[in-house]
Design a protein around this ligand. Structure first.
Ligand code: A3P
Length: 288
């Protein structure tokens, strides 16, 4: 199948040109946030879609109607995606819900002084790299990968689409105090989903009864999301996501990196990680 991997370089970072244009990226940077807005921020493959589902369910008190009838990219559109730009500006929904993979050094200025609620989702970077590698296989709008080793090196160098994971994580977390930001990790959602839902419900000021929390937990479980066409990306045509090469809802586990990394790759990763994260107090759960 022909690939659609035109690269758009914007402020030195490469983006998939099939999804973003110079114009749409620039418009995202100039976006006028409202204090009532909710913004899900993540580096790709960190649990973005999972959080989109959690926010939808919490906002609807556990009722799955919206999450089963409206695709996630319509209910929580990407700020930087070109076909949403006009729709986003015109939206009169309150609160408006968006998603972005943009790094803080690009989007931060637009958020300065805003009380918009930011939900920052992160995941241990070894699992991010593995998930991103597999996603490149099915996503025709991303460049073809070489070997896993080459891919991990690109990840560590920050040359993959959407830029450096290290810049992304350090950029957003170091600015947390100046933003109305809740940081939740993929591992937290995996190990304490109820706690993560409670935190989101608190941020959204959307109190939930115990049975509403249970309904949220049920509908955002891996198996439920895997079967829900409005969130599992099966509605995307094969030319864009080649479903014969794998599923978006792939494994959903902590520590899958152990099945991919060689001992040497792991040692190299850890040494780059130590050097790039020096002075950063964040800690990740790497395995269960
Ligand atoms: P894997 O490829 O490791 O399975 P994003 O939405 O940021 O692109 O992240 C996608 C990753 O989140 C995929 O990871 C996907 O399986 C995982 N994911 C999505 N929903 C999940 C859920 N309910 N439980 C666990 N993992 C989930």
């Amino acid at each position: 199948m022909a690939r659609l991997d035109v690269t758009e370089t914007f402020h030195g970072i490469s983006f998939p040109g099939h999804l973003h244009t110079q114009d749409s990226l620039q418009q995202a940077l100039e976006f006028q946030f409202r204090d009532t807005d909710i913004l899900i921020v993540s580096y790709p493959k960190s649990g973005t879609t999972w959080m989109q589902e959690i926010v939808t369910l919490v906002s609807n008190k556990g009722n799955p109607h919206i999450s089963q009838t409206i695709p996630n990219w319509t209910r929580a559109p990407w700020l930087e995606q070109y076909y949403f730009a006009a729709m986003l500006k015109a939206s009169s929904n309150t609160p408006r819900l968006f998603t972005t993979h943009l790094p803080h050094h690009l989007l931060g200025p637009a958020l300065q002084g805003s009380k918009a609620r930011v939900i920052f989702v992160s995941r241990n970077p070894k699992d991010v790299a593995v998930s991103y590698y597999h996603f490149h296989k099915l996503a025709n709008f991303l460049p073809e990968t070489g070997s896993f080793e080459q891919f991990v090196n690109q990840f560590l160098d920050g040359t993959l689409h959407y830029g450096s994971w290290f810049d992304h994580i350090k950029g957003w977390t170091s600015q947390a105090a100046d933003l109305n930001l809740l940081h939740i990790t993929y591992e937290e959602m995996s190990m304490d989903l109820k706690g993560a839902i409670r935190k989101v419900s608190c941020l959204l000021q959307c109190p939930l009864l115990e049975e509403e929390v249970s309904s949220c937990m049920k509908h955002c479980s891996f198996n439920c999301m895997k079967d829900n066409r409005m969130i599992n990306y099966s509605l995307i045509p094969d030319e864009i996501l080649d479903h014969s090469k794998g599923c978006f809802m792939r494994k959903g586990q902590i520590g899958d990196w152990k099945n991919m990394f060689t001992k040497e790759q792991n040692q190299h990763f850890e040494s780059v990680y130590r050097s790039k994260m020096q002075g950063c107090s964040l800690e990740f759960v790497w395995e269960r």
